[in-house]
Design a protein around this ligand. Structure first.
Ligand SMILES: [Zn+2]
Ligand SMILES: [Zn+2]
Length: 367
């Protein structure tokens, strides 16, 4: 299979197209990429020189959807099927995997980090963990195979955070930073029965949230920690929700200021979930966790076993995706990275290989 992928050779250097022979080895499948989302993690590798586990050159991209066009022995059943490729693929066999903790599997593979990723016409990935897709159901919610790729990280990662925190009916959930991942986090928490307070510094991002997802939207620009906390307390009181305990705070901004302000919202029995990432350090009084009997949680990606449930929220319309993505040709990857880095594109970009570069399964069989 003659395929093309875009390689990062060094941080900040233009990504270069490379032809390669795409062949599925033992336990692997060959996926014809339909779409691959551009994540801030990719930009971290490219602009901030965050090290990839695989040595450079490497093809980035870990939000992949596509169609399996070849499978090694044991993976033949996947051939022809539309799939999501999990952003983090655990081995499934080691001690921690067998004890039900796949997110910390030391042998896990992340496309675009441990192995070549999805900014390509084709990608070879382990067959384990693939999530099958029903394209008719996707179409019913305004998505196609390319567009649904963002579920592989931008939706499943906050889904895992919400599940891990144990969000349910009657909970007051605060989502700090509602662009991208945070916007999905708010929708997922709402779908789990919580009342959601959305916080951002950008009015457009607050306004873009689906109407029913957030009951209160606060632009925190110019608000101190006490003012922010008291605004949420007043709202909680008016709504008959818990005013002074057990808030569930999801930090999705991935910024120092955002993390400090999320920590300042902790109350008795509160949960802080760190979903966003920054290399910056924060100054907090960690003992507040002890004094408040609060907890802080993190999650790395999402176990493949939870993908079908996260996908179901999208397929039933409880989490809207189509309005928050923008498709661009894969060949424009360098311009797209630059535009996303400059903040010139608000929606999540899905890079789509051109039809000329893609080969349909029927053609594949003939050659
Ligand atoms: Zn990502
Ligand atoms: Zn493992």
């Amino acid at each position: 299979m003659d395929a093309t992928r875009w390689l990062m050779t060094a941080p900040g250097e233009p990504l270069v197209a490379e032809h390669f022979a795409a062949v599925a080895g033992p336990g692997e499948v060959l996926v014809e990429v339909a779409g691959c989302g551009v994540c801030h993690t990719d930009l971290g590798f490219y602009y901030d020189a965050v090290r990839t586990n695989h040595a450079l050159p490497l093809c980035l991209g870990h939000e992949i959807s596509g169609r399996v066009i070849a499978g090694a022995v044991g993976a033949e059943d996947w051939v022809g099927r539309a799939v999501l490729v999990p952003a983090v693929i655990p081995c499934g066999e080691c001690d921690v995997c067998r004890r039900g903790k796949p997110s910390i599997c030391p042998h896990q593979l992340m496309p675009g980090n441990d192995i070549h990723g999805g900014f390509a016409t084709h990608v070879v990935v382990p067959a384990r963990g693939l999530c099958g897709l029903d394209e008719a159901r996707l179409a019913a919610v305004g998505l196609d195979l390319a567009g649904v790729c963002v579920v592989a990280d931008a939706v499943t990662t906050p889904y895992q955070a919400v599940v891990q925190a144990g969000v349910g009916a009657g909970d007051l959930v605060v989502v700090n930073g509602v662009g991208g991942v945070g916007g999905y986090c708010a929708q997922i928490a709402r779908a789990q029965g919580a009342t959601v307070v959305a916080i951002d510094l950008n009015d457009e991002k607050l306004a873009a949230l689906p109407p029913e997802s957030a009951a209160l939207r606060i632009n925190a620009r110019g608000l101190g920690p006490r003012e922010l906390k008291s605004a949420i307390q007043s709202f909680a009181k008016a709504q008959g929700l818990r005013e002074k305990s057990e808030w569930m705070i999801f930090e999705c901004s991935g910024s120092r200021a955002g993390q400090e302000s999320a920590f300042a919202l902790l109350n008795r029995g509160a949960t802080l979930a760190v979903v966003g990432f920054t290399t910056q350090k924060v100054e907090i009084r960690l003992s507040n966790l002890m004094a408040l009997h609060a907890r802080a949680l993190g999650n790395w990606g999402c176990p493949p076993a939870l993908y079908p449930a996260a996908l179901d929220l999208v397929l039933t319309g409880r989490v809207q995706v189509a309005a928050f993505i923008e498709k661009r040709p894969l060949a424009e990857i360098n311009a797209v990275f630059d535009a996303v880095h400059r903040g010139a594109i608000a929606r999540r970009v899905v890079l789509v290989p051109s039809p000329a570069q893609a080969i349909a399964p029927s053609q594949e069989n003939e050659t």
